[in-house]
Write a protein that binds this ligand. Structure first.
Ligand code: CA
Length: 512
């Protein structure tokens, strides 16, 4: 018996030492209020059963946030584990990712992992640190998308982008990777980013239904900084007739913005255009008739825009969810599931009509929050709901520790592995607050700001107007009133300002 038990022991220890694969399924602008595992107002009408499989079999992080709420910067924070002002990719308009700097894919590749990124990249320079990559140019397109190849050429693929990115990911998993090595695959969906162009099979989803509105759809921006009224991301004023609402031609009603057509329609072939017109034509004509007949008040018009927007947004998510199911099914069928960490996340959150907005950027909860669901068989207990304050700079050190690679000193995020091993409960010395920065790039005219969020409070600083805003998230979860000047909160304000200075110093944020 003795030799057999030794054999068994060594077999067990080699299994235990087997390094996990990592599949990061990443969406673009997927707000967590549109994932049923997080609850929210669409839980029953627009559930996400496949993303929810990760919640049932793993953990949901309820306090997961980004460090800079826009596409490129969030991705740069994830790759490097560092804040924007340190990794150098601070905004989408002027930054180019310095691909010579260290990233988690490079560290893992050096440690023997096979690495790939497929889908949206949006960091301007070519991907580095990947054995295989195939990425969308810039934002990419929903219909018949182009993909940049590793040799620099571009290939157009017929079909719907969410399905194609998944097809390519599955092809890499099945046929292209070196199967003797553990892998990291980043499957990065374009959806549900603006301009919310659904797959043909989902055009009629939610037809004839009124989807629930947020309580703050008609926010008047009182009791907060005046700068909130100056941005350009309201449903009321800033939605294009063509680009955002997917209508043809130009509006005659001044309550709709004219001048930008639906470029996705222009990319469709004749049959695709016919299917689109068949699905949307009657509803479009009814709007045009109702406007001409003077039947719609200003609020009616905003409500119509909200319904058109939210239905298309959730239709795009339906395709994302179905494709998450395809990936998870393959992991199950192939036997990879048992040794693969799967994460579902998105580069930031999004306003789904809250505060009358679409888009992101402002440090309010809807855009600051990132979904983070993780399944890691044997490590994360199924059904965990974690309240640990986590941020996208934590992903890189988490992946390194999971792979048994030492986390370099200059990485600013913290590995989540101890939290994951402890049923979602953070160790005693975990961060008590996190730092956020938004550069104030030209798009949508959202003012530059930075700030800190603790478990209960959020402090913003607006440098141009030198204003502070303070929110008590327990008493005012919708963030409708800044209490920075309320004497009852003087001590809280002083403490939060101290935390703000401490975190800026800790993360080596330059002055000014
Ligand atoms: Ca984004």
């Amino acid at each position: 018996m003795r030799p057999l038990s030794i054999l068994l022991l060594s077999l067990l220890s080699s299994l235990a030492a087997e390094r996990p694969n990592i599949l990061l399924i990443f969406a673009d602008d997927h707000a967590l209020q549109a994932i049923s595992a997080y609850g929210g107002r669409f839980k029953d009408i627009a559930p996400t059963p496949n993303i929810d499989r990760l919640a049932k079999q793993g953990a949901v992080f309820e306090r997961s946030y980004c460090a800079n709420s826009i596409c490129g910067p969030s991705r740069a924070c994830i790759l490097t584990g560092k804040h924007s002002l340190i990794n150098g990719f601070i905004d989408n308009n002027n930054s180019k990712f310095n691909g010579a700097q260290p990233t988690f894919p490079k560290y893992l590749q050096a440690a023997g992992y096979e690495t790939a990124v497929i889908g949206k990249w949006h960091l301007v320079s070519d991907p580095t640190g990947f054995n295989y990559w195939e990425v969308l140019p810039d934002q990419g397109s929903y219909n018949n998308p182009d993909f940049i190849q590793m040799d620099g050429s571009t290939k157009r693929i017929d079909g719907y982008v969410t399905d194609i990115i998944t097809d390519k990911s599955l092809d890499w998993l099945k046929n292209r990777r070196d199967k003797d090595k553990p892998f990291v695959l980043m499957t990065q969906q374009k959806a549900p980013h603006r301009n919310w162009s659904p797959a043909e099979r989902h055009y009629k989803l939610f037809d004839g239904k009124d989807l629930p509105e947020p309580e703050t759809l008609f926010d008047d921006y009182a009791n907060r900084s005046e700068t909130l009224k100056k941005q350009q991301m309201t449903l009321e004023k800033d939605f294009w007739w063509g680009h955002d609402l997917l209508l043809h031609g130009e509006p005659t009603d001044p309550r709709f913005r004219k001048g930008m057509a639906n470029g996705e329609y222009q990319r469709m072939n004749t049959a695709q255009q016919a299917a689109f017109d068949q699905a949307y034509g009657a509803e479009n004509q009814k709007l045009i008739d109702d406007l001409a007949a003077g039947k719609l008040s200003d609020k009616d018009v905003t409500r119509w825009k909200y319904q058109r927007y939210i239905k298309n947004y959730l239709r795009c998510i339906r395709a994302v969810d179905e494709n998450v199911g395809r990936l998870l099914d393959y992991l199950d069928e192939s036997g990879l599931a048992k040794n693969t960490i799967v994460i579902y996340s998105s580069d930031q959150g999004f306003y789904l009509g809250e505060h009358g907005w679409y888009d992101k950027r402002w440090m309010f909860e809807e855009s600051l929050a990132m979904p983070f669901l993780i399944r890691w068989p044997g490590v994360v207990k199924p059904g965990v709901r974690s309240k640990a304050l986590i941020q996208n700079i934590d992903y890189a050190p988490t992946f390194l520790e999971a792979a048994g690679v030492a986390v370099p000193e200059d990485i600013q995020g913290r590995s989540l592995v101890p939290v994951l091993k402890n049923a979602g409960v953070a160790p005693a010395d975990w961060r008590k607050a996190l730092y956020y920065y938004y550069s104030g790039e030209g798009t949508h005219r959202v003012a530059a700001h930075d700030g800190v969020r603790s478990d209960r409070y959020k402090l913003f600083h607006l440098p141009k107007t030198d204003e502070w805003q303070l929110f008590d998230l327990e008493k005012d979860p919708q963030e409708m009133k800044s209490i920075h000047a309320d004497p009852a909160y003087a001590t809280v304000l002083a403490e939060m300002r101290k935390t703000y200075q401490e975190l800026r110093a800790q993360y080596k944020i330059p002055q000014g």
